[in-house]
Design a protein around this ligand. Sequence first.
Ligand code: ADP
Ligand code: MG
Length: 315
Amino acid sequence: MAHQAGLPQFAIEARGLAKTYAASKKMPAKQALKGVDLAIPRGSIFGLLGPNGAGKSTFINILAGLVNKTSGSARIWDLDIDVNPRQARAAIGVVPQEINMDPFFTPRESLDLMAGFYGVPAAERRTDEILDALGLGDKKDAYVRQLSGGMKRRLMVAKALVHTPPILILDEPTAGVDVELRRQLWEYVRKLNAEGVTVVLTTHYLEEAQEMCDTIAIINRGEVIACEATSSLLRRLNYRTLVVRPETELASPPEGLSGLDLEMRKDGSFAITYRTGETSIEKLIARLHEAGIGIGDLSTEEPDLEDVFLALTAA
Ligand code: ADP
Ligand code: MG
């Protein structure tokens, strides 16, 4: 990406970011981040992908100023969060994982409060524009407690945008969200990105990261184990598994299928794992015919997040 004058190359940069939560009555001590280095290019839709408990929210909450880091450093829009905490935080809008809002304010009031918090002058506020864009135009003066779950989540996004931050961070934005809202949300996020907003989203769904993000970092147990263009990450996962249930159960791995990566399963089926560029389902079926194996049932399996980890952590 070309480096434009005055604009940072990276929207967010973390160096050796670590967090150990102290033990509390509710939870034991936990090393949630173990020295995370991450550089998020300006202009990207960046996915932070990892299973529950990987440390995604901890990372986001340190940037948002909600969690104190134990060590390391972070820069937001080239501003160090220790040196310029207020300015650094003004450069991000964070939509937290949990919906938390005051039930006694209307969406309009919520946004005005937020704008006041960020010191946005009344004349520069975009309250109506933002609420309209998020499909809350006819709910501006309703009480928050009268909004559906999906509307509340959209209001959270709206609140994160009142100060027109160049970076929008969404922490598990589609958890508990229906298909239609998800589609709307992604459409809006893409529009913001097209207008120049850098978007960071966390998810534990490979599919979601794959669909939305141009770059994906994978975090597991507090460590980043990969960070690369989505296309190159997916190239590493160019394999599928064909599961075959033979018409008559086989006592041992079928002969005549040598050279294939084949595994017998407990239910009497066997699984053939193959690279998509190297062979195809048609060719594999032809080989089964040649080997005289009648096919009772066929299905395919695609790699999931678990497989990504295995692929990435394999020596
Ligand atoms: P993710 O968002 O990827 O699901 P989190 O950042 O929420 O992961 O949590 C990372 C780890 O830190 C988890 O093991 C979680 O239980 C632990 N953790 C999170 N918050 C606290 C806390 N306040 N006190 C102790 N442990 C915590
Ligand atoms: Mg989380």
